[in-house]
Structures are given as structure tokens and as C-alpha cells.
Design a binder for this molecule. Sequence first.
Ligand code: ACO
Length: 429
Amino acid sequence: MADTITITDNRTGKQYELKVTDGTIRALDLRQIKTSDDDFGLMSYDPAFMNTASCRSAITLIDGDKGILRYRGYPIEQLAESSNFLEVAWLLLRGELPTAAQYADWTHQITHHTYVHEYLKRAMDGFQHDAHAMGKLTAFLATLSTFYPKSKAVRDPKVREEHIVKIIAKMPTIAAWCFRHSVGRPYVYPDNSLSYCGNFINMLFNIGQPRFDPDPILERALDVLFILHADHEQNCSANAARAVGSAETDPYCSLAAASAALYGPLHGGANEAVLRMLGQIGDIKNVPAFIDSCKGGSGRLMGFGHRVYKNYDPRAKIIKELAHKVFAVTGKNPALEIALELEKIALNDDYFVKRKLYPNVDFYSGLIYQAMGFPVEMFPVLFAIPRAAGWLAQWQEMLADNDQKIARPRQIYTGSDIRDFVAIDKRGA
Ligand code: ACO
């Protein structure tokens, strides 16, 4: 069987044979389909990239119908059970699990680049006390680019590597300081003897202790959450990192763009929106009415639905189990009952069943974060820290891909045809 497709253009009666590779045709191959010599050629129209592969990628696989997520071939369930975030970050970036020596060196490098320039504190001081943490994080990613102008040499693999390490190492420091700034507490400097997540918890919650020992269950829970959030193939923010990075923008600014994308309530901001929604519902008895209002179109059931998953998000399953372990330490989040009831009703409701709307990663993660003492504004930040590893893996892969060029979609122009300028006094009312 030939791996080609024959297209008959009914406008001209001409036939074209296009190659099919990996279940796709090259959109550029469509350009030969023309009605006349001065015709630009056929394009495809695909707002929101509903059916367009923008790249070839070997990093993450999602099978949305089966509810499968794998990083570099490894099932997310196995990584969540047996790995840790730093190992997963290496895996995403390098394609293989590290050897013991590579892992030790990687951990050493990350834990020794956790400090940030003191001037960053001055930038922090410029924000209002109630500035949203995600706005601050996004700004600081771009600010870091001004401290590291050499990171602009994005075609140099050594430079890329240096700044990949810096970004992964500094994300928890910046994130923790965003939190401390919002609650008016002094910044805590990194303790490089702690684990990646242990140090993060230290910088968040340590008050005046020379040595802070995080609760091992909470430390591990955060590590698992970081693993689950580390990458998700061509999502809105990874696409932003790739698109901005394709202009050869430095990695800090490329990630600032990704962070801005993640901020939105339809993406990483959803975990925050879920908690606000649960607060608004207020009581389990109000759940049926709330579900009806969603079905009536007056709002969405936040934390439900996904562009790719048309089955239970495998990350949501792991998080739901994790929640019970965390609540054993922190006490149960009272909003859990409302969330469970929402899930129960929605999963049995025709509206949600027909549209294949299941809980996504954000439905339960916020409940854990809240129980751990985070304000809702910090939720998307907690998503951004591990996702930085995924963004960097995607950014790096994009730069190494010879098929890629500066991202520049086409449009279908729907505006006016040419017309003559009209002087202001001749334009009427
Ligand atoms: N609640 C109620 N109805 C919904 C929901 C929801 N959460 N999600 C989708 N629908 C409905 C839509 O109204 C639409 O119905 P229609 O066919 O009658 O018009 C249908 O399901 C399809 O929805 P789309 O918006 O076309 O789906 P899309 O793939 O574009 O959107 C998205 C996916 C943005 C995630 C959407 O499901 C949503 O808004 N969910 C809530 C926000 C959320 O939880 N986002 C986090 C996603 S995970 C992440 O980014 C980390």
C-alpha cells in the first residue's frame, strides 16, 4: 500500500498525489494545489491547532482516548511511584534516565545554582503586596534574562546547558520569594543540603529556624506533583515557549512567555479557578444546582475537560490518591467533599459523559496545595516550577530540529479591499 493520498481538486479537475508520513501530510505540499498560476496555493485553516502537528517530538506521549501519559516512553504512573522530579527533569531533557554518577552530578549542579542575584529583591519590592504571584514569577523570568545576557547565544549547546541548569535551580527560589513577599515575611535563602522539594518547602515556610526539616510526606507529595506537572507535550504554554524561542529569544524570555500562557484560567490557572469555584459552591447541597448552571452555559466546571484527554486524566487519578496521604498529615481539606460530589455527579451526567469531560490534573491538585498552606494565587506557580523542565526540553528540541524555523502562521485575510485614505474632515459623523 502506497503511503500517499490522492486529492482531486474539483475546481480544476486536477489530481495531486501527496506523501503521507506518520499519519500526516505536509501542509506545504498543499501549496501546489492552485486554480491558476497567480493563485497562492491551498492552505489549511486550523484555528487553535485542533488538527495540526506543529513539530515532531520525542519527549512526551499522550493518548487522550486511553488516558495514557508517558515521558520518553516511561508511564507516568511508574515515574510517580519510583522516580523523583530531578531525575524526571534529566529524563525529559536528555531522553534517558541518568546513571547514578550523572544523577549525582546533576543534583549537585542544580542545588548549587539556587541562589538569585540580590538585585532581584529590589525588583520584588516594586510590586504591591497583593500582586499576583504568577504575574511576579512571569516578570522575574524575563528579569533574569537581563542578568544573563550571554544566554542569548541559544545556538551554543554549552550555553543552553548552563542556563537550563540555572533556570531549573532558581525556579523554586523565585517562587518561594514571590510567596514570602505576598505574606510580608523575610526571604529565606536556599539550603543546598536539602532536596529540591525540601529546600523549596524550607524557603516557603521556615520562620527563624537555623535548620528546617520538612515533613517527609509533604516533601514527597510535592515531588510527585512536580513529576506529574513536568511536561505535557504541545500544550498552550509549551507551544508559547517554542513559538517565542523560535525567534532565537533567550530561554528566560521564552519561558516568561510560557509562564504567561500558563497563567490563564483555561490552562495552569485552572487549579486556582477550581478552588475559587469550590468556595463559591460552599456546601455539598449546592452541587446539583451548580452542575445545572454549568450545563446551562453560565460557567464551566473548572478542572474538568481537556483538549486531548477524552478519558480520565491519568495524573488526576494519582493526585486523588495522593490527596489522602497529604490530608493524613495536614488534616482533610473541607472542600474535598464538594469536589468528590461534583465528580460523582458529573461522571454520571449525560452532558459531561457525551462530551467526554473528565477531571483533569487541576481538579484535585489545588485541594492538596491548599491543605499544605498555599494561598490560591500560588497554585499556578507550583505548576510552573516543574513545568519549566518540560518547557526547556521542548525549547531545546525545537532549536535542534532542522525542520523548524521562526513560528509564523498564515491567515485568511477578511478585511477591506484596497481603498483610498479619507482626510479626517471628510469622514462624516
Ligand atoms: N464544563 C462544562 N462544559 C465544558 C467544559 C467544562 N469544564 N469543558 C468543555 N465543555 C463543553 C463545552 O461547552 C463544549 O460544549 P458544546 O459542544 O455544547 O459547545 C464542549 O464541552 C467542548 O468544549 P471545548 O471548549 O470545545 O473544548 P476544548 O478542547 O477547546 O477545551 C478546555 C478544553 C479548555 C480544557 C475546557 O475543557 C475547559 O475550559 N475546561 C475547564 C478549564 C480547565 O480545567 N482547564 C485545565 C485544563 S488542564 C491544563 O491545562 C493543565
